[in-house]
Design a protein around this ligand. Structure first.
Ligand code: DGT
Ligand code: CA
Ligand code: CA
Length: 575
C-alpha cells in the first residue's frame, strides 16, 4: 500500500498549494479527489500500472487521464515535476493552517507576501503583535475570527478521552432515536471500537426524512457550531470541543455503512482485499458481485459473504482478528453484563465521598455481588490515607455490614502504597486482616525507574493486584519508567493480577499490555477507582479495554463469583 499513501499525500499537498496560489478551482478539486481516491484504494497503484499501464490507471474511478500521467511519471522516475514546481512556491508548514475554518488561502497569501510569513509560528506572531490586523482588508472582526478559529482548531486537534465522549454520545443517541423518522441508530468509528481516545464522534442512523433528522441533530442543546447540514449528513461541534457527525443512510445499506464507518481503516482495507480475491466489492453502500447487491442490510452480511464470523468492533484493528475470524477462533469476549463487581473503589474513610452503607446499597442496585473498598494507606497523606487503627475499624464495620447483608458484599481492602524500597505501607499482620489488597505507586522521583519497586511488591503473597501499573494519565502525564515486559512476566510467575484501572483518564493497563498479559495467563482486575457514586459507570470503559485486549471471562477477576474471588485471594496468600 506504500505508493498509494505517498501519492495521496502528494496530491493533497498539490491541492493545498494550488489553492494558496489562487489557481483554478476545478484543477484543485481534481487533485483533492485523486488524493481521496488513493487513500482508500485497496490495490497498490504500482501493481495496477505494471499490469495495464496508463490505461489501467485511468480505469480507477476518480482518476482521470492527467492524474494517471502524473502517477505514471512518479512510478517511473520517483519524482513528479508538477509537485516540485508547485511546492517550491508555497511554504508547507504554513499551509497546515488551511485546515482552520476561519483562515483561507487569501489570508495566508497576504501574510506571506506582505509580512514574510512562512510558517505557523510566523503566522501566530503576526496575529499576536497586531501586524496582521494592520493589513488592508483585515479589520478587527476578521482578526478576532481568525484568533477564535485557530484556538478552536488547536483544541479540536487534541484527541478526546473516550470517557468524556461517552455521556455525550449516549445523550445524543437517546435524543435522535426518539424521532419518529429514525429506525436504527448506532455510534461507529473509534468510539464504537472503544479506543481510549477518539478524534471525532461518528454516529450513523437509518430512517425516512433524513433532512428532518439532521435538522434536529444540528440543533441539539450544547451544540456551539454547525459545520454542515444536508439530507444525509450533519456535522457539528459540541461544547466548542467535540466534533460529531451524523449520517443517515438507506435501510438497505445500514449494515454495510455501519461496518464501513466503524473501521478501523486498516481492518476495512484487509476485508476489501479478501473481497477482491473472491470477486466481491464491499463499500459503505453494500456488498456487490458485479453490479448485483449480495448484502448490506445487516452488518453481519459483510462478514458472512467473506466466509467470516462477525467480528466485535473492539477487535477491528487488523491485529489478527480477521485471521481469527476465518479460523473460527475468535475469543468469547468479556461483556459488561458479566461484571459481578468493582475491584477498586474509595470510601469516605480516605478521599472518597461515599459511606460503606451507600456502597453496599450501590452493590445491590447495580446487581453486583461485591465492591472492593480500597482506601489509601497511611503514607498517602494527601489522600487521607488510613492509619492502622482506622483501617481496623473499617474492617470491623465491613464485617458487621456483610453479616447482615444477603447477596451483596463489600470486600475489605486497601490500595496500599508501594514505598521507594519496594516494601508496603502496612505491615504484613495488618494486610492479613484484609480480603483484597491492591498495591500502587503514587509518588516517584523524576527519572526514577520503578520496575524493582513493583517486582518487589508482587513477591508479597499478600498483594493481590498491582493498581494502575504504568501510572500514566491520558491527558496530562506520561507513564513512569517501568519495564512492563518484566512486570507482566513477574505477574504471571507470582500469580498477581494486574489492574485495568477504568477511570477515564487512566485506562491503565492499556489495551496492548492487557493483551500481552492475557497471553501469559495473567489475570486482570477491573476497578473504576471511583471516589463517588457518579463514577461507578466507568466500569464500562474498563470492559472496553479488556475487550480490546481480547479478554474472556476467565481472564477477568470481576467476572467471577464472590466465592471464587475469595478462594483465589486465599490461595495467593498461602503460596
Ligand atoms: P478517530 O476519529 O481518529 O478516533 O478514528 P476513526 O476510526 O473514528 O476514524 P474516522 O472518524 O476518520 O472515520 C470513521 C471510520 O470511517 C473509520 O474508522 C473507517 C471509515 N473511514 C473513514 N475514512 C476512511 C477512508 O478514507 N478509508 C477507509 N477505508 N475507511 C475510512
Ligand atoms: Ca471518529
Ligand atoms: Ca469522522
Amino acid at each position: 500500500m506504500g505508493k498509494n499513501k505517498i501519492l495521496c499525500e502528494i496530491f493533497s499537498q498539490i491541492a493545498d498549494a494550488l489553492d494558496f496560489l489562487g489557481e483554478n478551482p476545478f484543477k484543485i478539486s481534481a487533485y483533492r479527489k485523486a488524493s481521496r481516491v488513493l487513500e482508500d484504494y485497496p490495490t497498490d497503484v504500482e501493481e495496477v500500472y505494471r499490469g495495464g499501464g496508463i490505461t489501467a490507471l485511468t480505469s480507477i474511478p476518480g482518476i482521470g487521464a492527467a492524474m494517471s500521467k502524473k502517477i505514471a511519471e512518479f512510478l517511473e522516475t520517483g519524482r513528479m515535476r508538477k509537485y516540485e514546481e508547485v511546492i517550491s512556491q508555497a511554504p508547507q508548514d504554513l499551509l497546515k493552517l488551511m485546515d482552520v475554518q476561519s483562515i483561507g488561502p487569501k489570508t495566508l497569501k497576504l501574510a506571506y507576501d506582505r509580512l514574510s510569513v512562512r510558517s505557523v509560528q510566523d503566522f501566530k506572531r503576526v496575529l499576536a503583535d497586531g501586524s496582521l490586523a494592520d493589513l488592508p482588508g483585515m479589520g478587527h472582526k476578521k482578526v478576532e475570527n481568525i484568533k477564535d478559529g485557530l484556538e478552536l482548531y488547536e483544541r479540536m486537534s487534541e484527541r478526546i478521552p473516550l470517557g468524556l465522549a461517552f455521556p455525550i454520545v449516549q445523550e445524543t443517541v437517546r435524543e435522535i432515536e426518539q424521532l419518529p423518522q429514525v429506525k436504527s441508530i448506532s455510534a461507529c468509528g473509534s468510539f464504537r471500537r472503544m479506543k481510549e481516545t477518539v478524534g471525532d464522534i461518528d454516529i450513523l442512523c437509518t430512517g425516512d426524512g433524513g433532512d428532518k433528522i439532521i435538522d434536529h441533530f444540528v440543533h441539539l442543546p450544547g451544540i456551539t457550531r454547525i459545520l454542515g447540514a444536508g439530507e444525509t449528513k450533519g456535522s457539528v461541534i459540541f461544547s466548542d470541543r467535540y466534533q460529531m457527525d451524523l449520517r443517515v443512510v438507506p435501510t438497505g445499506s445500514y449494515g454495510a455503512a455501519l461496518q464501513y464507518f466503524t473501521g478501523s481503516k486498516q481492518h476495512n482495507i484487509h476485508l476489501r482485499t479478501i473481497a477482491k480475491g473472491r470477486g466481491l466489492k464491499i463499500s459503505e453502500y453494500g456488498v456487490f458481485r458485479e453490479e448485483e447487491s449480495v448484502g448490506g442490510r445487516e452488518e453481519q452480511d459483510v462478514y458472512r459473504v467473506l466466509g467470516l464470523r462477525w467480528i466485535p468492533p473492539e477487535l477491528r484493528e487488523d491485529l489478527g482478528e480477521v485471521e481469527a475470524a476465518a479460523a473460527d477462533s475468535l475469543p468469547q469476549l468479556i461483556q459488561s453484563d458479566d461484571m459481578k463487581g468493582d475491584l477498586h473503589v474509595h470510601s469516605r474513610y480516605s478521599d472518597g465521598t461515599v459511606t460503606l452503607e451507600e456502597l453496599l446499597d450501590e452493590t445491590r442496585r447495580r446487581r453486583y455481588q461485591y465492591i472492593a473498598v480500597c482506601d489509601h494507606s497511611r503514607s498517602a497523606k494527601y489522600a487521607r490515607g488510613l492509619e492502622v487503627e482506622t483501617l481496623m475499624e473499617k474492617v470491623e464495620n465491613i464485617r458487621k455490614l456483610n453479616e447482615e447483608s444477603k447477596g451483596a458484599k463489600l470486600l475489605a481492602g486497601t490500595e496500599v502504597d508501594i514505598l521507594p524500597n519496594g516494601s508496603l505501607d502496612y505491615p504484613d499482620e495488618v494486610l492479613k486482616e484484609l480480603v483484597f489488597v491492591i498495591a500502587a505507586i503514587h509518588s516517584w522521583r523524576k527519572e526514577e525507574d520503578v520496575t524493582h519497586r513493583i517486582l518487589t511488591a508482587m513477591e508479597s503473597p499478600l498483594v493481590h493486584v498491582i493498581a494502575h501499573p504504568t501510572g500514566r494519565l491520558i491527558s496530562t502525564r506520561q507513564a513512569y519508567q517501568v519495564d512492563m515486559d518484566r512486570v507482566i512476566e513477574k505477574a504471571a510467575q507470582t500469580e498477581t493480577a494486574l489492574e485495568i484501572n477504568a477511570y477515564y483518564d487512566r485506562l491503565d493497563l492499556s489495551d496492548t499490555y492487557v493483551r500481552r498479559a492475557k497471553e501469559l495467563g495473567v489475570k486482570l482486575a477491573i476497578g473504576t477507582d471511583a471516589h463517588n457514586i457518579g463514577q461507578l459507570w466507568m466500569i464500562a470503559l474498563g470492559v472496553g479495554v479488556a475487550r480490546r485486549g481480547w479478554c474472556e471471562r476467565p481472564d477477568v477477576l470481576n467476572s467471577w463469583d464472590y466465592e471464587q474471588i475469595i478462594q483465589w485471594t486465599r490461595q495467593k496468600g498461602q503460596r
